[in-house]
Design a protein around this ligand. Structure first.
Ligand code: DGY
Length: 434
């Protein structure tokens, strides 16, 4: 364990940049990604709190005047990634950062619960509370942005307008949405497939859809109201909303520790109640025994079971009975003895692909959330399996971006795919080994 933790620290230290943030993986992802940064800070918090603070401090510096936090901050010039800052042109938005170049889309709202995790881990609680005091209002403003601009029907459920906002980029969940669109073909140079084998990445046709959605947003200067009105992709995602709810709860706790913030706590509790109700009433699918995505543009639920379907456990959204239903679904579809937990997409579905990014592989950040989520409800045996499986995959194959869930995949000791020396796999392993 000592040895594995040491190797994880070497991965993180190696990816840390002088500008005060950590790249997810060399070559493939050379900038700062929002949700990666959050998970990375949790790893650093265990052995180098100054780096953990730098990670979150740097991310929050790139916040826009309207509270929005972008999904990628382009701190450096680097042409090994596409689409870069010149494609995104997020400065079209009048309130975008004047100092940092970024995308005009966001990623799951991790920052609130990451501050709470850093506090849990910190030895010097006083010092960390001072750091939190300096930064927490920015996170609150970010939540206010969501509730003001991303919930047009006032359901407590935020929409995402791009698959990259979900974090689960090429999930089969989006396939039916792509069928409603017919974007032009983009004659562009993909860079991801120069770093990673094409069989492990999204297809070119999928990229046409991704780029077209950005062009529509650009055409309207990234105006939220216009996007809500016009984007062919408009989805309420259980993972995105579970992370917001988890972060709401964290902010309530942290403001309580700081004191003198009754008005913000009152507002957060009101948001929280609405969002938990929204999730339970709209996103739970009784027949599947799982939370599902909702396609707001085409007004229909997207009835697939994914690892995101279980993420409400992390934010204590279901009651105990419903949590038990989720565990049953997880064990039946994802949890056979021949598999590691937890595939990102339903292994019993014909669209399952064990090596292709978010169409099947195991992701360590999802396993980390599900581990804590299962513990929330006292499902200790399956929680422990989630933890052990995560450790075993990394120990055998290395700090990869994602892993084949099949114990026998025909290639002994080759279950790791995508980027190598991947930061959040290292960061969260450090936490799981504690
Ligand atoms: C990518 O480039 O694949 C990233 O995941 C986008 O966020």
């Amino acid at each position: 364990i000592e040895n594995l933790t040491q190797r994880a620290k070497e991965v993180l230290n190696g990816n840390f940049q002088a500008e005060g943030f950590t790249i997810p993986s060399k070559g493939l992802y050379p900038f700062q990604w929002k949700w990666d940064s959050g998970f990375i800070a949790i790893g650093f918090a265990h052995y180098d709190m100054e780096k953990a603070k730098a990670e979150i401090g740097t991310l929050l510096k790139a916040q826009w005047d309207n509270g929005f936090i972008p999904h990628i901050v382009f701190h450096t010039e680097n042409d090994s990634y596409f689409p870069g800052a010149d494609f995104h042109q997020s400065n079209l938005h009048p309130q975008s950062s004047k100092k940092y170049r970024s995308t005009g889309m966001t990623q799951p709202p991790v920052t609130g619960f990451v501050l709470q995790e850093m506090y849990r881990i910190a030895d010097d609680k006083q010092d960390l509370l001072r750091f939190i005091e300096e930064h927490i209002d920015k996170v609150y403003q970010n939540h206010a942005y969501f509730y003001t601009h991303r919930d047009p029907n006032n359901e407590g459920l935020m929409y995402i307008y791009h698959n990259w906002e979900s974090g689960t980029d090429n999930s089969p969940v989006w396939d039916a949405i792509w069928e409603t669109m017919n974007p032009p073909h983009y004659d562009v140079k993909r860079k991801d497939t120069t770093h990673v084998d094409v069989s492990q990445r999204p297809s070119n046709r999928e990229y046409d859809h991704y780029l077209y959605l950005i062009d529509i947003a650009k055409e309207h200067r990234y105006d939220d109201a216009k996007i809500a009105e016009l984007s062919p992709f408009l989805v309420q995602d259980p993972l995105f909303n579970a992370m917001l709810i988890k972060s709401n709860e964290a902010l309530i706790e942290l403001y309580g520790l700081i004191g003198n913030n009754t008005e913000k706590i009152r507002q957060l509790k009101q948001w929280q109640e609405k969002s938990i109700r929204g999730c339970n009433e709209k996103l739970f699918d009784e027949a599947l025994g799982a939370y599902v995505h909702y396609d707001l543009r085409n007004d229909r639920p997207i009835r697939h079971v994914t690892s995101s379907s279980f993420s409400p456990l992390f934010a204590k959204i279901p009651d105990q009975d419903r949590a038990a239903i989720l565990v049953k679904t997880m064990l039946e579809r994802f949890g056979g003895d021949d598999k590691y937990l937890c595939a990102s997409f339903d292994p019993t579905d014909e669209r399952f692909d064990p090596r292709k990014y978010w169409r099947g592989p195991v992701w360590i950040n999802m396993n980390w959330m599900l581990y804590y989520g299962l513990k929330n409800y006292g499902f200790l045996k399956i929680a422990e399996r989630m933890r052990k499986d995560s450790i075993e995959l990394i120990e055998r194959d290395g700090f990869y971006e994602y892993f084949d869930c099949r114990k026998d995949n025909g290639e002994p000791n080759r279950r790791g795919y995508g980027g190598s020396n991947f930061s959040w796999s290292a960061a969260l392993l450090i936490d799981l080994l504690k």
